[in-house]
Design a protein around this ligand. Structure first.
Ligand SMILES: [Fe+2]
Length: 280
């Protein structure tokens, strides 16, 4: 493959040519330069400093069990910790992968992690997800039993959604509740979403900013809510616990067709029935 992959944007950075048909490849630990590990450590230290105040307790506790501080993690070693805990493992991929491959991996409890790391001039923002976003942002909660079940259930829905043309509502669920999810802990709003916790600006904006709309999690609302892919989010959804997220997956299949046909709610706008979740 020459960088043009069906179902993916043009010009992606990764080497899709050497990927297997399921888009996995081998993570070559020897290929990381010391500068790559230094970039990881810089990003890690910066985000770690924000976590006590801004991150969900579950995220912090799970991250602490992973030993991620020293450099780009070895996916095989991480998988050896995940498997006995929740049955998940990591697979290395060149970057974004097509929907069907992505859903298949999640349904089989394999989390695709981009193997390359951003350049030093991209510390603050990167267009494509890299290993820091994927591993630091997504992997800790794979150790959490309820979140782990939720994400596998999400993957299992992909096939149905594709069949009925409802991938867009399903993508909104991932965006709002996996990438940009918030949780309320003892009255305080904290972040657990990977898109928030792998970005210092979004971490503060999401949990303390005065502008964003924060709404109590409602799967029907989420399935209809459009989002910005290249700006801070104007709307976030707040859960009370991860069991609620998993429980909602029982109701999502019957909502998909209606969500596909419903008018989308533009980013940042209000909708009837919204239940605001004020800052503590
Ligand atoms: Fe992500």
């Amino acid at each position: 493959m020459d960088g043009s992959v069906p179902g993916l944007p043009e010009g992606l950075r990764g080497d899709y040519h050497h990927a297997r048909p399921d888009f996995t490849l081998n993570q070559d630990m020897a290929a990381y330069a010391e500068a790559d590990h230094a970039t990881w450590r810089t990003l890690y230290a910066r985000q770690a400093a924000l976590l006590p105040r801004h991150a969900a307790a579950a995220f912090r506790e799970c991250l602490a069990r992973l030993g991620f501080a020293g450099g780009v993690p070895d996916f095989a070693q991480v998988s050896a910790r995940l498997r006995p805990a929740t049955g998940w493992s990591l697979v290395a991929v060149p970057g974004l992968i097509p929907d069907d491959a992505f859903f298949s991996h999640l349904a089989a409890r394999r989390f695709p992690v981009t193997h390359w790391i951003r350049r030093p001039d991209e510390l603050d923002y990167i267009v494509e997800p890299d290993v820091f976003h994927d591993a630091f942002g997504h992997v800790p909660l794979l150790l959490h039993p309820d979140f782990a079940e939720f994400l596998a259930a999400y993957g299992r829905l992909g096939e149905q959604a594709a069949r009925i043309g409802a991938l867009k509502p399903l993508a909104r669920l991932y965006w709002h509740m996996v990438e940009f999810g918030l949780i309320r802990e003892a009255g305080v709003i904290r972040a657990y979403g990977a898109g928030i916790l792998s970005s210092s600006a979004e971490t503060v904006h999401a949990t303390e900013g005065r502008q964003p709309r924060r709404l109590q999690f409602d799967p029907w609302r989420v399935l209809r809510s459009d989002y910005f892919i290249d700006d801070l989010q104007p709307t976030y959804f707040v859960i009370e616990d991860f069991a609620t997220l998993f429980a909602a997956m029982a109701k999502v299949p019957e909502m998909l067709a209606a969500a596909r046909d419903a008018p989308p709610i533009p980013p940042g706008t209000a909708a009837p029935g919204d239940l605001p979740c004020p800052l503590g």
